[in-house]
Design a protein around this ligand. Structure first.
Ligand SMILES: [Zn+2]
Length: 408
């Protein structure tokens, strides 16, 4: 059944055939605006008739959608990326289990509702409640397709959510043979050097993605302790309740367990679509109609794998309700909107800078040897080179190399 979100018409208030929802803007990026949905009842709407915030109604026969656990994502006009998560999710069949991907439901919004959302943006702009950088960009009123996205935020005080990007779960095929940093660690080092005060704007201590996917308990504990710094936990850091949460998360991501299997499936998908080194990628012709099908397929694969190297992973932890029930951890991927093919030249450029600047080899200007990356540590401390290289051979990578710095 097609689902239509219709601008609320007061004359329809109270009719059994409709349900009503209010929209609250919670996030705005370059390409989308995201709203939280709250169910409204006719009495509430009548008593706050001066409230001009956007509202919509849907047929009450649409019982299969839990609207209050969904967010509404609306595309902006002039957003360069016209492909959606739905396109890429189709390609992930058999690679990443669907229960580990946030649910997305495309629905239709009436033109009156889209117009009301734009009026709300203008009001915010006039009242200086909109970030300066977003002022002037508006919702695309000619495109009625909007998306309901599963809301992974904490459901109550009994749960909390943290979000992180697993990033590159396998070394870049462009990395030099003397690399002792993976792609993510090399980029972090470059950003650190380029930052004005030598500090990154993050409270979370850096961790190596290869270390996390490895699944060894002490490595996972380091990564999860960092993530919990950004979580809203009702417990003091170091308390027994806090340690119990940390223990659950460490167990979830340890080798062979559910979270670790998910990371391995993301890594497999990154490898599956990787077209090999960026330095070997063909150029996209200015006139795209003259670009060969083989070239387009390679470039499309590069875009897909780069999308998978930048997905967000939402972790929702629900505390145990009783001694009988244990805690529950849900892990779901989001940000699967395919990146623009126009970004390929900047990705090539980044790889060049990482190599020529010596970041992969920890030989950048004023380099201080660091041991954050798994590749910088002696083999006996946990790097299973054999396991990794057998997976890499499947995708044609042959030059992943470890060196053991004498200072270790
Ligand atoms: Zn690393």
């Amino acid at each position: 059944m097609s689902v239509s979100l219709i601008q609320l018409e007061p004359i329809k208030l109270g009719q059994q055939s409709f349900r009503y929802f209010g929209l609250k803007l919670i996030d705005e990026g370059a390409a989308n605006v995201v709203y939280k949905l709250t169910e409204l009842f006719p009495g509430d709407i009548r008593s706050t008739s001066s409230d001009t915030s956007p509202k919509f109604m849907v047929s009450s026969s649409i019982a299969h959608i839990n609207f209050t656990r969904m967010l509404l994502r609306v595309r902006k006009a002039a957003a360069e990326n016209v492909e959606t998560q739905c396109d890429i999710v189709d390609k992930l069949n058999n690679l990443i289990p669907s229960h580990h991907i946030v649910q997305m439901i495309p629905v239709q919004a009436s033109s009156e509702l889209l117009s009301a959302l734009n009026s709300d943006l203008l009001t915010r702009e006039r009242q200086r409640r909109r970030p300066q950088i977003r002022c002037g960009s508006m919702i695309e009123e000619t495109n009625p397709t909007v998306v309901l996205v599963e809301d992974m935020s904490a459901e109550s005080t009994m749960s909390f959510t943290v979000e992180f990007k697993p990033k590159w779960l396998v070394q870049s095929p462009d990395a030099p043979k003397d690399a002792i940093r993976c792609r993510t660690c090399a980029l972090r080092a470059m950003k650190l050097l380029q930052s004005r005060d030598g500090k990154l704007l993050t409270k979370v201590p850096p961790f190596c993605p290869l270390e996390l996917v490895e699944g060894k308990q002490d490595f996972v504990r380091h990564a999860m302790s960092g993530l919990l710094l950004s979580a809203k936990l009702p417990y003091e850091r170091g308390s027994s309740n806090y340690e119990a949460v940390l223990k659950d998360l460490v167990h979830y991501f340890s080798d062979g367990n559910e979270g670790n299997k998910l990371l391995h499936s993301i890594r497999k998908a990154q490898q599956h679509f990787s077209p090999g080194p960026f330095r070997d990628l063909p150029e996209l012709n200015q006139d795209r109609n003259t670009t060969s099908i083989v070239t387009v397929k390679k470039l499309e694969a590069a875009v897909t794998t780069m999308t998978l190297r930048d997905v967000s992973l939402f972790l929702r932890y629900t505390f145990s309700q009783s001694k009988k029930d244990g805690s529950v951890i849900e892990a779901k991927l989001a940000d699967l909107d395919k990146k623009s093919i126009d970004k390929i030249s900047s990705w090539k450029d980044t790889e060049l800078k990482l190599q020529s600047g010596g970041y992969y080899a920890n030989k950048e200007p004023n380099a201080v040897f660091e041991k954050i990356c798994l590749l910088s540590r002696p083999r006996q401390q946990g790097y299973r080179a054999q396991d990794m290289s057998s997976e890499l051979q499947d995708t044609g990578y042959s030059h992943v190399h470890r060196s053991t710095p004498s200072t270790c």
